[in-house]
Design a protein around this ligand. Structure first.
Ligand code: GLP
Length: 260
């Protein structure tokens, strides 16, 4: 894993945006896996700025989002579809025909999940998968103890995640219990993962992900087995890392071509 620790949220967002823009510029038909939540918002702002300044175009991009709530309509402001449209897709030059999110409203959710996996495959797989992390170590909506072999499927949220995500809803009871998420195996097949985490609330999950044993108790820990992961942290999310100074040392001493 490549661990990049930054002392401001802006600096972290800039590194993250530069990893994304590098992929967009280097591939003819870049395929991006995207995430929602509070964490990637600054990175999206930076990507929109790059588009507006003419540095970057999303015209050739195809995207697949990680997850979606089941039962919320696309027009619902709390759906991840609405989030992606208002925070990125409506503000850049992407062809909306190339935008994909799991369909949490499909009549046949299981069939929709199978179709989503096929669409990712047909696009040639994901070049770069952006990830956040839950305070309990989840990636996408893959909660602790779920299978590392999982594929896009309908999952049930843990009570902790419902609690954590309730800030986007009026009441806890309104948080959907069911979600559709790429599975761990789907995420592991992407060619490069970019995981972002900020704040002390994520520090324990980050420690387990990077330095803990690989265990389904912390789903993100499977990323230790992925050949190419870039992790961008602020100081607070990094504060429990035993080898924090080593990660900074490694970054300082990288050869030019080894840098993100
Ligand atoms: C949600 C999403 C995840 C996201 C995580 C962290 O449950 N399903 O994909 O990475 O929580 O969210 P935040 O960035 O708001 O802390």
């Amino acid at each position: 894993m490549e661990i990049l620790i930054r002392d401001s949220l802006e600096a972290g967002a800039q590194v993250a945006a530069s990893v994304v823009s590098k992929i967009i510029k280097s591939e003819d038909k870049p395929v991006l896996g995207l995430a929602t939540g509070g964490t990637p918002l600054r990175m999206y702002h930076e990507l929109i700025r790059m588009k507006q300044s003419g540095e970057l175009s999303f015209q050739n991009c195809t995207t697949f989002n990680l997850d979606e709530y089941a039962g919320l309509s696309r027009e619902d402001e709390r759906s991840y579809y609405f989030y992606m449209m208002s925070n990125l897709f409506d503000l850049v030059d992407i062809d909306k025909n190339n935008v994909h999110l799991p369909d949490g409203n499909a009549k046949d959710l299981r069939e929709a999940c199978r179709k989503y996996e096929q669409q990712i495959k047909a696009a040639g797989g994901i070049d770069l998968q952006v990830l956040g992390i839950g305070a309990n170590g989840h990636i996408g909506f893959n909660e602790p103890t779920g299978s590392f072999a999982s594929r896009t499927w309908v999952k049930i949220l843990s009570e902790q995640t419902m609690q954590d995500n309730s800030m986007y809803f009026d009441k806890l009871e309104e948080v959907p219990r069911h979600v559709v998420t790429m599975g761990i195996a789907t995420i592991m097949e992407s060619r490069h993962c970019l995981l972002l985490a900020n704040g002390a609330k994520k520090a324990d999950a980050i420690r387990k992900m990077i330095e803990g044993p690989i265990s389904a108790s912390c789903p993100a820990s499977i990323l230790q087995m992925h050949p190419r992961v870039t992790v961008v942290l602020d100081e607070e999310a990094a504060y429990l890392l035993t080898f924090k100074d080593h990660y900074k040392w490694v970054e300082k001493n990288k050869l030019e071509w080894q840098r993100y």
